[in-house]
Design a binder for this molecule. Sequence first.
Ligand code: NAD
Length: 479
Amino acid sequence: MKTYQMFINGEWVNAVSGETFDDLNPYTGEVYARAQKGDEKDADRAMTAAYAARKPWSGTPSIERALVISKAGHILEESRQEFAEVLTGEGGSTFGKAMFEISQTIDLLATAAADSKRILGETFHTDPSKLSMSLRSPRGTIVAISPWNFPLILAMYKVAYGLATGNTVVFKPASNTPVIGLKIGELFERAGLLAGALNVITGPGSVLGNALIDDDRCSYVTLTGETETGRHVAQRAAAKLKGYTLELGGKNPLIILADADIDYAVDAAAFGVCMHQGQICMSVGRVIVEQPIVDEFAAKLAKKTAALPSGDPSNPETVVGPLINDAAVKKVDAHVKDAVSKGAELLTGGTYEGRVYEATVLKGITKDMLVYQEETFGPVAPIIAVQDEKEALEVANDTSYGLSAGVITQNLEKAIYLAEGIEAGMVHVGNSSIDAEASVPFGGFKDSGQGREGGFYSIEALTQVKWVTIEKARHHFPF
Ligand code: NAD
């Protein structure tokens, strides 16, 4: 079993304390790897390296930045198998999910590389006596903190766009998936990135997070994680008047109207609920179905999900793999038991073996149940029956979250009504709530976050705007 080092200033180093922590395989429960347990001293070392590299990196021609990012994408393409093995070994990703995540990340790297040359300013037709324009410059040194569920692509949004916009980066991966974070460091090392431009440190989120955010040399924080973590990071950053982007939790509705093709709706729901065991911020968290079709839909969804192969994620046939850890199993089971104790009908699932929770379908969901309001983060479909699209919209919006939503109907007017009315950062008509692309605005309303990532939106977040004027002739001063 390997003990991984951290990546600081282009070198692989141990934590100053010499301490390490265990990185567990979610399926077997065995130690997959060991990683360095960094603390404030390591945060300081990483920040020193990133801060020192910020001028050389921001002064690097954009084409050279683009070439490094593009090369990282090519190396990832050649290393698919190696990355997939890590995503499965420490993250519990099924083969299909791992390959999907790697493909999406290659796309993201290509998009970010191209965007290195698209950091645009504007000109303003203001006073004709001068030229007036806006210029974008990097924020400086940014702190990137990522979660464990899509640990490669979600980190890469921050790392690739951070580097593309000329910032240097201190990146802290989640403690459930430290190796994939360190592999990102290795990818950029192999791509020839300037030493110090990207630093990857591992260890407890609160210790490293606080140290990095409090550091005066950090100019911006970008986090993907739970809403509570986001609240903490926002307060910490605001105390120092630093900007932030927060991509947080969701309780995403999938609305299915009575005119829908039921089999298609079942496929969309099964995918939205079960992809990566429901551990995606965009996972379908509530299935809102019009009354006339609810019984048929629920029965078909239960039949389909009960037949999905579950178990060992390294078996390419597996669709439902393990949850990330025992705490996650406990939480999912508590949500299911709470619903059943309050009168929900359990159509399938509700059991687990090890950390593999069977896909679960619950009917007769009411507002007082945990599965109605809280992010379950497991393969659980709580079905809520509604009378019409108006009630569907009310239920969809009856949550503190607002990340993503899916709408399945063949009625264009109702689709538009719902797409406009749903309080979420992303709405997909004819699809489940799971969709993402590198160049689109990705992010949420309400408790699901602040700001957007992807394409221009990442550039906007990770750069600052300066208004510059040039007088065409001597300026006239009144005194
Ligand atoms: P988490 O909030 O527990 O951890 C996220 C990261 O924050 C980790 O790297 C962690 O170490 C770090 N962290 C923890 N405490 C911190 C602190 N006090 N200061 C700074 N950093 C700290 O989340 P998770 O369990 O890794 O991920 C699952 C959550 O992330 C779910 O709620 C999910 O919905 C959300 N998520 C959101 C998106 C999105 O794009 N909106 C995408 C994926 C996951």
